[in-house]
Ligand binder design. Structure first.
Ligand SMILES: Nc1nc2c(c(=O)[nH]1)N[C@H]1C(S)=C(S)[C@@H](COP(=O)(O)OP(=O)(O)OC[C@H]3O[C@@H](n4cnc5c(=O)[nH]c(N)nc54)[C@H](O)[C@@H]3O)O[C@H]1N2
Ligand SMILES: Nc1nc2c(c(=O)[nH]1)N[C@H]1C(S)=C(S)[C@@H](COP(=O)(O)OP(=O)(O)OC[C@H]3O[C@@H](n4cnc5c(=O)[nH]c(N)nc54)[C@H](O)[C@@H]3O)O[C@H]1N2
Ligand code: SF4
Ligand SMILES: [Mo]
Length: 680
């Protein structure tokens, strides 16, 4: 027997994930066998996360499961009945709908929603050129995810997109993981980065997730929505123990005096009463963090609350007043944007293309789509709103509008695609070249084609080039090819040898030494300093300084619902893989044993969660990873797979956070009622 000739191609996972794993596609005799973690990649170290190991060798490579041809609707909206059509016919039909909206100024009646289905720099950004050029209305992508945090950090530090360099963990004595769950959302950081650092790890999260239980030396199990009060409590201890950094404050910080009264009032007993965190732990963590050097990982989960922006500003005060910045082993990380590698995304979306676009919060998606006068065409790409966006019932009703022409561009026939007039099949990251700028490490990675796209599926960028052509547009930037763009983006980072050289190594380490965040101590705020007191905030209708806010406890008959990331799904991507579905089991609300007892509920009971936005029937799962006062329902199920035809977003009315009209999905309140057996 002769041995198969084995070859590998390196590529990169472009999911919206901190890890950005290097991968290898393994070929035997020229046939693609498996997608594995790249053994040479510093993060993956030979293994993908459990979910990607399943789907990249499952539904993502199953040509029968993928969309492979453009489709035209033949049934009622929402039924998902389609007939295949040619690309030319599909694009001509879409162009016929858009063209009349382009006369006389920006085509704002064309509304588009997108997000991070892929974070590839080309496939994630290129289509924006088209929508900017025609002057469409954009559903502001970050408002469904992390915009409150971005805006708050911009107010305080002038920048939210340059975080600490993870390489500096070797210099840190303490790492706070605050409102993030790496065990689910950054699995290799949980597995390796947090295990290998010599620093003391402190998790601050209402949920006893695996990072809190397996990696952390201490876990502050605060009540949801009480982060700002906790930050002030930590500052109180630091103040009384003389651990504030007066030199740093004098040189760099505006607003310390305005915050002092609230800091003085936030003694440990008061803070314990507000947050539920024992005062001894508050003191211990305050000393550890303030003594430093300390890193602060600012999770996206914790700003998805009604006062999430205020909470982030309060954390900004904690960082600044303890001087945990601009020294080895200090800093905060919300995320590292492409700019931390000198990549100017203005190259991808040149500002001069903007023909007068409008922007609407994702919290207003359903009402925007229901507005027949102002919304005529709706296009989604890189996202699945029916599964992931708020106000699910209202959104479905709006999408059912006969006079709304809907175009859905995806890899799969999602719940959103079921409402499309035209479905456009997208190629996946395995099927074309692209670049990934990871948002934790400040590295640069190549995404390399390892197989052909199924049928006639095309990369996002090619789809929108063809649509521009069908519309008769002539702006050259709408037709720029991928390759020169890839080369320009690589060149900006200073990596020598271009895209081909990068493809050979997979991931490039661009810096030889850990970088210092805000090394030159200049801040892009109006004053050039760290603004704890912010006139810009006042102008936005916010308080001048952050407040020690803690959400009040709910009435006894109400329950707060947190719906964070599941270990088996990537947002609502992956829930159509049979292996994933098997691992997920039945959808449930997780309740603490005490909470379950109080409501006379047991494991396996069926309950209805309801509020003004909608209702959802779920099983009960009793576990002490929750606390009394809230339940956990993981995000990411496909509504169509659920008996109720809905997922947790049917309970989210689209309530906005205090800053930037962003999501407050972790502030959902519901009533909970037990279903009699056999009812439903
Ligand atoms: N209840 C609740 N809801 C939430 C959240 C929560 O915490 N709780 N989190 C929110 C957050 S943080 C986010 S970011 C959003 C995410 O919400 P979405 O952006 O809607 O994310 P997904 O549901 O994963 O949808 C991504 C889609 O992109 C498709 N896709 C992948 N690659 C490509 C490609 O190359 N081209 C095209 N055209 N499509 C592609 C995938 O098949 C998938 O259908 O959800 C939000 N919703
Ligand atoms: N497996 C997996 N990985 C993912 C995703 C996924 O869906 N699945 N989604 C990706 C995306 S789009 C994003 S934005 C990131 C998000 O990454 P993370 O921020 O890590 O994820 P989340 O799961 O949204 O929320 C993290 C934590 O916030 C906590 N939290 C909720 N309310 C509060 C509060 O009031 N205070 C505090 N302190 N904590 C609170 C939750 O208990 C949860 O443990 O993950 C990315 N990675
Ligand atoms: S989703 Fe994240 S952990 Fe999983 S393979 Fe991709 S980058 Fe790695
Ligand atoms: Mo997100």
């Amino acid at each position: 027997m002769t041995e198969a000739k084995r070859e590998v191609i390196k590529t990169t996972c472009p999911r919206d994930c901190y890890d950005a794993c290097g991968m290898v596609a393994v070929f035997d005799d020229g046939k693609l066998r498996r997608i594995l973690g790249d053994p040479e990649h510093h993060v993956a170290r030979g293994s993908l996360c459990g979910k990607c190991a399943i789907v990249y060798n499952g539904v993502w490579r199953d040509p029968d499961a993928r969309l492979s041809q453009p489709l035209r609707r033949i049934g009622a909206k929402g039924d998902g009945q389609f007939e295949p059509i040619t690309w030319n016919a599909a694009l001509a039909e879409i162009a016929d709908k858009i063209r009349p909206l382009m006369t006389g100024g920006p085509a704002r009646q064309v509304v588009h929603a997108h997000y991070t289905g892929t974070v590839g720099l080309i496939a994630g950004w290129y289509p924006l050129r088209f929508f900017q050029h025609i002057g469409a209305t954009e559903i502001d992508p970050d408002t469904v995810c992390n915009k409150a945090g971005h805006t708050a950090l911009e107010l305080v530090f002038g920048d939210s997109l340059e975080g600490f360099d993870p390489e500096t963990a070797k210099d840190a004595k303490t790492i706070l993981v605050w409102g993030a769950n790496p065990s689910h959302t950054a699995p290799h950081m949980h597995k390796n980065w947090l295990r290998e650092t010599p620093a003391k790890i402190i998790a601050i999260d209402p949920i006893a997730h695996r990072t809190a239980t397996e990696r952390a030396d201490l876990h502050l199990k605060l009540r949801p929505g009480t982060d700002a009060a906790l930050a002030f409590g930590l500052l109180h201890v630091a103040l009384t123990k003389g651990l504030l950094d007066r030199d740093f404050i004098d040189a760099n910080v505006i607003g310390f005096e305005s915050l002092l009264p609230a800091i003085k009032a936030a003694d440990p007993a008061t803070t314990e009463a507000l947050t539920g965190v024992p005062s001894t732990l508050i003191e211990e963590v305050a000393v550890a963090y303030a003594t430093g050097p300390s890193l602060l990982w600012m999770g996206q989960g914790m700003q998805r609350t009604a006062r999430g922006g205020n909470a982030f500003r309060a954390l900004g005060a904690l960082i600044a007043l303890t001087g945990n910045l601009a020294k080895p082993g200090t800093g905060f990380c919300y995320m590292n944007g492409p700019g931390s590698r000198n990549i100017d995304m203005g190259v991808m979306v040149p500002p001069q293309l903007d023909a007068g676009c409008a922007s609407v919060s994702h919290m207003d998606l359903a009402t925007t789509l229901a507005d027949a006068e102002n919304t005529k065409v709706f296009c989604t790409w890189n996202c699945n709103p029916v599964a992931s966006s708020p106000d699910q019932a209202a959104l479905r009703a709006a999408l059912a509008r006969e006079d709304l022409f809907t175009v859905v561009c995806d890899l799969f026939e999602t719940d959103t695609a079921a409402y499309a007039d035209i479905v456009l099949p997208a190629a996946s990251f395995l099927e074309f070249d692209d670049l990934v700028a990871p948002y934790f490490y400040q590295t640069l990675s190549a995404q390399v084609k390892v197989q052909d796209a199924p049928g006639e599926a095309l990369p996002n960028q090619e789809i929108f080039r063809r649509l521009a052509r069908a519309l008769g547009l002539t702006e050259p930037l709408l037709f720029e090819e991928d390759r020169p763009l890839l080369e320009r983006l690589v060149a900006m980072t200073g990596f020598a040898g271009g895209f081909d050289a990068l493809s050979r190594v997979g991931t490039a380490q661009l810096y030889s030494e850990p970088r210092l965040q805000f090394a030159d101590l200049t801040f892009a705020t109006p004053s050039g300093q760290i603004e704890l007191a912010s006139e810009a905030a006042l102008a936005q209708g916010l308080p001048l300084v952050p407040e020690p806010h803690a959400d009040a406890a709910l009435a006894a008959d109400k329950l707060r619902i947190l719906s964070p990331a599941s270990i088996w799904q990537m947002n609502a991507s992956y829930a159509n893989d049979s292996g994933i579905l098997k691992n997920l089991g039945q959808n449930a609300v997780i309740l603490h044993p005490e909470e379950a007892r109080r409501r006379a509920l047991e494991d396996g009971d069926r309950v209805v969660l309801s509020n003004a936005a909608g209702s959802l029937t779920l099983g009960v799962s009793v576990s002490d990873i929750a606390q009394p006062g809230f339940g956990i329902v993981y995000k990411g199920r496909w509504p169509t797979h659920e008996t109720a035809g809905a997922n947790v977003n049917v309970l989210h009315a689209g309530r906005k956070s205090d800053i930037a009209e962003a999501t407050s999905v972790h502030s959902i309140e519901v009533s909970i009622a037990k279903l009699p057996e056999a009812a439903e």
